[in-house]
Write a protein that binds this ligand. Structure first.
Ligand code: HPA
Length: 292
């Protein structure tokens, strides 16, 4: 394990979130209302941000550091489309050794900064037989197997200052934002897939039996991230949009996901698809008029 990762299952306090938020506020000249989380190989979007202020995670109190290739570890604030955004270039994964409290720390900090909309991206294995590598999938819903087994970033004492005790997840991914994304994609001539995303803890890819099980319970794409962040964002009252790049097929008959390509293959396909993803998100933030 990287010596920079010290997993803590302690709850962060409101003061911890605010300490991080204050440093970010002092170091950026923008007042973002939209947060962006860039998944594996999708960091290129950060290059399109105008008037960028860059802040490495290690300059921010309590901020965990990513250890995975393809995840830079810095915040980029600036303008994208018609909006000011705060972008996480490099996300944190549970499999790295971070606790779910640490994985979702940046989302709480965004919440304390007044961010009320979150766009999450990831690279995922496509279980749906219609999906091909390079496709972009709009996430319609998520399956939280970890939480079903008792692993949730919301576990712990009630903290009404952060959100309700029993948050609804009946519309985890905002319907209006999904409709707008479809409109923008079709104007760009981009065919968009749709489906249910499921997170497994990883870091191993799935067995054929895992994949048969996931398919039978209605999963379209599988990955190792996103779900805890979306749960915390919804708990904190944010609207959420999620997009997956299908980086590989994940089907029992094709062999276990990532068998040949592994993480390097995931990064290569995500990199190739990232132009479409960047254009789509930029187009969306140009069309998105108000945040009320
Ligand atoms: N499985 C799990 N996570 C992934 C995959 C996969 O096939 N591809 C990219 N992330």
């Amino acid at each position: 394990m990287s010596p920079t990762i010290r997993p803590t299952h302690q709850l962060f306090t409101l003061a911890d979130f605010d300490e991080a938020a204050d440093v970010i506020r002092q170091r950026i000249s923008h007042r973002p209302r939209i947060g962006l989380v860039l998944g594996s190989g999708l960091g290129r979007l950060a290059e399109r941000i105008a008037g960028a202020n860059v802040l490495p995670y290690d300059a921010i109190p309590h901020f965990p550091r990513p250890s995975v290739e393809g995840h830079a570890g810095r915040l980029v604030a600036g303008r994208l489309g018609k909006h000011q955004v705060l972008t996480m270039e490099g996300r944190l994964h549970y499999y790295e050794g971070h606790s779910l409290q640490q994985v979702t720390f940046p989302i709480r900090v965004m919440q304390r900064l007044g961010i009320d909309m979150l766009i999450v991206t990831n690279a995922a294995g496509g279980l749906n037989p219609d999906f091909e590598p390079g496709d972009i999938m709009l996430i319609t819903d998520q399956l939280n197997l970890a939480a079903m087994a008792g692993l949730s970033p919301l576990r712990g004492p009630d903290r009404p200052e952060l959100g309700p005790r029993f948050p609804s997840m009946s519309e985890a991914y905002d319907l209006q934002l999904r409709r707008l994304t479809h409109r923008v994609a079709s104007a760009q001539g981009l065919s968009l897939r749709e489906g249910v995303y499921c997170m497994l803890a990883g870091p191993h890819f799935e067995t054929p039996a895992d994949l048969r099980f996931l398919r039978s319970i209605g999963v379209d794409a599988v990955g190792m991230s996103t779900v805890p962040e979306v749960l915390v964002a919804r708990h904190g009252g944010m609207r959420v949009l999620g997009l997956s790049v299908i980086s590989n097929v994940a089907r029992p008959e094709a062999g276990s996901a990532g068998k040949e390509e592994g993480h390097a293959g995931v990064l290569a396909v995500a990199d190739r698809a990232s132009d479409h993803m960047c254009k789509l998100i930029e187009g969306l933030l140009t069309e998105l008029r108000d945040l009320e």
